[in-house]
Design a protein around this ligand. Structure first.
Ligand SMILES: Cc1cc2nc3c(=O)[nH]c(=O)nc-3n(C[C@H](O)[C@H](O)[C@H](O)COP(=O)(O)O)c2cc1C
Length: 356
């Protein structure tokens, strides 16, 4: 596999936008992000979407906003994804995120949920570029230009899916101070499809994202949608500035990311084996449990760590059983014993060799 990045004259190790793990509700919480960071030092991470409304109003009500904003110091580079469309609320939420130490504020203009009681957010806002631009401007005014304000969106919504529609949306929002667009390369159908169907049924049209980059080369365009393996990525990097991966990264984080630092970012440090990652993650879980986190809230994110490897089923079974053990520490001991047994038997992986 060649490093497509080098042809663009970038400094690969410094540009974490080249590969990122997508924001995913119920998935990319701080525990999963910590797991990913054990596997890849450079891949950019995103929080689950936090609505500006929830963040600001819970803070105003005197509740600790860190329940939305907490992240481990090792997670950087990490972006906070916000949902919402009230410019003042978005600015206040972005300021809270900036003060909490996030490296980017990302606006969710791609989620196919329709209006919610607390205001609208997501893909329906593609029809209101001026409102999205007002949010970007308001955020910029509040936080300055120290960290990027980015937008994650689709190639269109419903019958609005022409090149001109996407160009107009991007042009208006870019003029307000956003120079990075993450494009989920399928349109969203707002009436009639569930969010899950909207990630599967509308066809992927990568060419639309590539064309956007060609026509607006000053923008950073990140391609998202349907990327399944690390091997898929270089071809996209020849046409776009970065690739964002969602489901494949959650379902099989090691398989996807173990060689990412080497092949995408040009950092050839030795990649730990799945077993070494598992042991480090269990140590993290133990620390989390000691500070009051439920063990299952941590371990549930590691189900895919050994995906497609011989020890995968036993690993998943052990993680699924944590709630049946007398104490969390008993559960952790049992999982460690499994790893030790499997490692001795050569069932669980050894250190991943780097590809040539
Ligand atoms: C369970 C789940 C939750 C998601 N939650 C969000 C979210 O909070 N914000 C967002 O912008 N996209 C969300 N997405 C969409 C992903 O970020 C991504 O755009 C989509 O899954 C396509 O990428 P993929 O084919 O690599 O998975 C979610 C996707 C999944 C599967």
């Amino acid at each position: 596999m060649t490093l497509a990045c080098q042809s663009k004259g970038m400094t690969p190790a410094l540009n974490s936008m080249r590969l990122s793990v997508a924001p995913m509700m119920e998935c990319t919480d701080r525990h999963f992000r910590y797991l990913v960071r054990l596997i890849s030092r450079h891949t950019r991470l995103y929080t689950e979407m936090v609505t500006a409304n929830a963040l600001v109003h819970s803070a105003r009500a005197g509740r600790d906003p860190m329940r939305f904003l907490a992240h481990h110091v090792d997670e950087h580079p990490v972006a906070l994804q916000l949902g919402g469309s009230d410019p003042a609320l978005m600015a206040e939420a972005a300021l809270m995120g900036t003060k909490a130490g996030f490296d980017e504020i990302n606006l969710n203009i791609g989620c196919p949920s329709d209006r919610v009681t607390t205001g609208k957010f997501g893909a329906c806002l593609m029809a209101e570029p001026q409102l999205v631009a007002a949010c970007v401007r308001s955020i910029r005014d509040a936080i300055g230009s120290v960290i990027p304000v980015t937008v994650k969106t689709r190639i269109g919504i419903d019958h609005h899916d022409s090149d001109a529609f996407l160009d107009d949306f991007v042009g208006v929002v870019a003029a307000a101070g956003c120079d990075t667009f993450i494009i989920h390369a399928r349109k969203a159908i707002l009436a009639g499809l569930s969010p899950k169907e909207n990630r599967e049924i509308p066809p992927l049209k990568y060419e639309r994202a590539y064309k956007l980059k060609r026509e607006m080369p000053a923008l950073t365009v990140i391609l998202n949608g349907g990327v399944k393996t690390l091997g898929d990525i270089p071809a996209h990097l020849a046409e776009a500035d970065g690739v964002m991966v969602g489901r494949a990264a959650y379902d099989a984080p090691y398989a996807l990311l173990a060689q990412a630092d080497h092949l995408i970012f040009g950092d050839a440090h030795a990649t730990p084996s799945e077993t070494e990652i598992a042991l480090a993650y269990l140590a993290y879980a133990e620390r989390e449990v000691a500070s009051g986190t439920r063990l299952h809230a941590v371990t549930r994110h590691a189900m895919g760590l050994f995906n497609s490897r011989p020890g995968a089923r036993a690993w998943r079974r052990a993680l699924s059983g944590v709630n049946t053990m007398p104490t969390p520490n008993d559960a952790l001991d049992a999982i460690r014993e499994l790893l030790a047994r499997n490692e001795t038997d050569g069932v669980v992986s050894k250190r991943q060799p780097l590809a040539a």
